[in-house]
Design a protein around this ligand. Structure first.
Ligand SMILES: Cc1cc2nc3c(=O)[nH]c(=O)nc-3n(C[C@H](O)[C@H](O)[C@H](O)COP(=O)(O)O)c2cc1C
Length: 215
């Protein structure tokens, strides 16, 4: 009897742990033949004000992250977005209803970063932005720049994040998704949720959803 009780306790504990730490999400390989022509994507790029609440399909999330800052030259490990001194200082945190994940470009996976739905912290005072099922927060770690003073490194951080954000916007235009580049977010809350170091700066964020019928 004691063994049976112990078995059920351990089984319950492992279910609880699995629910608390969803671990790794393996993304689909990027569809490099997808999307529309670059010129059409430029013609369609715009910042959405309203977001649909439908969850993104894994395939769309996978392509979105690869387009944002995935590895496009595996031989050198270089990315779809350039970065000053190839510091690759931008980390993409993916905020969803189910928790927060960090995009690992090398493995093309999402690694569990924090429990809970924290999209409101990303939305900040623009609360309606938290309707988007996915919010990408671009965090620069300026300690990855090998030279320069802090103020120069912060300039590079903002430039690098801007390029990643524009990759997101062009991918979204091409794939029929809605997005908006945003500087607004609750920096203090995000620092606590993501347990950021002093050298890490949340620079921009992009809510992403499917387009609403009138968009
Ligand atoms: C660096 C940057 C920061 C921005 N921050 C915000 C923001 O905090 N909130 C917001 O609603 N829009 C923000 N925007 C979006 C701009 O308002 C939007 O790009 C501008 O109105 C032009 O519209 P368009 O992107 O459709 O051409 C930001 C854009 C950029 C480039």
């Amino acid at each position: 009897m004691k063994t049976l009780i112990l078995f059920f306790c351990l089984a319950g504990l492992s279910i609880l742990l699995a629910a608390q730490n969803p671990g790794t999400i393996v993304l689909d390989p990027p569809d490099k033949d997808g999307g529309m022509s670059t010129m059409k994507a430029f013609a369609l790029r715009s910042s959405a004000r309203e977001f649909d609440t439908t969850e993104l399909k894994l395939k769309d999330l996978s392509d979105l992250l690869w387009a944002a800052d995935g590895i496009n030259r595996p031989e050198s490990g270089k990315r779809t977005a350039p970065s000053a001194m190839n510091a690759q200082d931008i980390d993409i945190y993916v905020f969803m209803k189910t928790g927060v994940y960090l995009y690992d470009a090398g493995k093309h996976t999402l690694e569990f970063a924090a429990e809970g739905d924290h999209r409101k912290a990303v939305a900040g005072r623009q609360e309606n932005m938290a309707k988007a099922p996915v919010m990408l927060v671009l965090v620069s770690d300026i300690s990855r720049f090998r030279s320069g003073g802090d103020s120069l490194k912060i300039t590079w951080a903002y430039a690098d994040a801007g390029i990643v954000s524009q990759n997101i916007a062009l991918y979204c235009a091409s794939a029929g998704l809605a997005t908006r580049p945003r500087g607004t977010m609750d920096q203090e809350k995000l620092r606590a949720i993501l347990q950021l170091k002093d050298s890490q700066y949340p620079v921009l964020n992009n809510p992403v959803s499917y387009k609403l019928p009138d968009q």
